[in-house]
Write a protein that binds this ligand. Structure first.
Ligand code: GLU
Length: 458
């Protein structure tokens, strides 16, 4: 079967990480099966949809490399077809115009004339009121029956048609409603698998009836577990940043975010770290869990750190400039590209984010700022030893081994231990008492600059 899936965001906000996980599972499923991944922007809620959000969602998907295999569909461009299909259902007697105002319904509801469902008043009365506004309701067949479907994640699901009321498919302003347009568009786009969040599961029986009414075979469905915050409620800003771009700004690699989101409700043995190619190769809906997943930002930092460790310095430098700091190279214009890459290589084993890595680049490669309190931690005897070290370094061949031997020798000659001398050198080089190995930093800075920085202390 030629798999065709779609991700159908509503542009009423920036892309949420939970929605990104839905997009990811669609994309992985399509890629794994050599199928087609489609994007449909569900912008029919004109009051809440904006172009800014549409652009932002498309950019976020582009950032992680999940772009539509066919031109992006804007749902508002399909409105004429939606209207034609509503008319078709009305003509065929599968839907009817309902002139009851919300007040009429409320009044009859309060009078206890019917349960919580619409009483089908207009379904049976044939009168037409051309001047009155109306909604269009879908006719649920009279005799009750069971609606069953096999969910690829949750298994068999059955509901009784009695649980449904004659639901509205077009509002009184003529705009067709979500459950209808989603079916109309999925049919038009030849979608074979609808993969979406469990929050839509109550819509599925209604949509199945609409497929039938429109005379179309139903696609397969897979409803994905919801993502919760640590509080146990749906992930919200109270728990963690929720917009995809917040994670980009915090220095997360796109492939690390995908890896983290994939692992939120899918497993492949005990493996935690996946390249995108591995995710594609290993992904299957059978291994998606049924229960909600908890968003744990600490695990995301860990996964990001692992991806940073495994990346080349060239790539990390590229992404830092692209995503975090476009002016990095200008700010560090006094350094060579090699120095920048060597510094990335020095810090990448312990950076959890690209922002941390960028900060370390600045710490080593920009002129240090000395804090008098920090400088006071260097004792006079250590300061004397530093003067001697400067003298000896001037005559050295510049390699980590030779430097280490010379500095250790000077330390010995001054009857000091290496700890306080390394501490003082680190302050001289970066202005900070903590950081990477002193010898590695000196090698990257080069002879002249290292000697100049140490010399600044006296
Ligand atoms: N626009 C809907 C949403 O954002 C998509 C629903 C669906 O995938 O059917 O939740």
């Amino acid at each position: 079967m030629n798999v065709r899936v779609r991700f159908a965001p509503s542009p009423t906000g920036h892309l949420h990480v939970g929605s990104m996980r839905v997009a990811l599972f669609n994309w992985l499923f399509a890629r794994h099966h050599g199928g087609t991944f489609l994007l449909r922007v569900e912008d029919t809620d004109q009051a809440r949809s904006t172009q800014e959000y549409t652009d932002s969602i498309l950019k976020a998907l582009e950032w992680v490399g999940m772009t539509s295999d066919e031109p992006v569909v804007l749902q508002t461009n399909n409105i004429a077809r939606h209207h034609a299909l509503i008319d078709q259902l009305l003509r065929e007697g599968k839907a009817y115009k309902c002139y009851c105002s919300p007040e009429d319904i409320e009044r009859r509801l309060l009078a206890g004339q019917f349960g919580k469902k619409y009483d089908k008043y207009c379904r049976t009365c044939a009168e037409q009121s051309p001047d009155k506004p109306y909604v269009v309701r879908f006719k649920i067949p009279e005799t009750s029956f069971r609606i069953t479907f096999h969910d690829l994640v949750l298994g068999d699901i059955t509901i009784d048609s009695d649980q449904l009321d004659d639901f509205i498919i077009a509002r009184s302003d003529g705009m067709p409603i979500y459950n209808f347009v989603v079916v109309a568009d999925d049919i038009a786009m030849n979608v074979t698998h609808v993969i979406r969040g469990q929050d839509h599961i109550s819509n599925t029986p209604k949509q199945l009836l609409l497929y039938q009414a429109l005379g179309h075979a139903v696609p397969a469905f897979a409803h994905l577990p919801m993502i919760l915050g640590k509080s146990g409620k749906l992930l919200s800003k109270r728990d963690a940043a929720t917009a995809v771009f917040d994670y980009k700004d915090m220095g997360v690699l796109p492939e690390a975010l995908l890896n983290y989101l994939a692992r939120l409700s899918w497993a492949h043995g005990n493996q935690e770290i996946f390249t995108v190619q591995e995710l594609i190769a290993d992904f299957s809906l059978e291994h998606v869990g049924k229960s909600s997943a908890i968003f744990d930002v600490e695990k995301l930092w860990w996964i990001n750190g692992e991806h940073i460790k495994r990346s080349t310095p060239q790539y990390l430098h590229e992404v830092i400039v692209r995503d975090i700091d476009p002016t990095l190279d200008t700010t560090l214009s006094s350094c060579s590209k090699e120095q920048i890459l060597q510094t990335v290589a020095l810090y990448q084993p312990r950076a959890h984010t690209l922002v941390m890595l960028r900060d370390e680049l600045y710490t080593l490669l920009r002129q240090p700022v000395y804090d008098s309190m920090v400088l006071q931690t260097i004792t006079p005897d250590v300061m004397e030893c530093l003067k001697e070290i400067v003298k000896r370094l001037s005559a050295l061949e510049w390699s980590a081994q030779v430097l280490e031997a010379a500095i250790k020798q000077a330390t010995k000659d001054y009857h000091l231990s290496l700890g306080p001398v390394a501490h003082a050198l680190r302050i001289a080089i970066t202005g900070k008492p903590a950081g990477a190995g002193v010898f590695a930093m000196l090698v990257i800075l080069g002879q002249q600059e290292s000697i100049r920085r140490i010399g600044q202390l006296f």
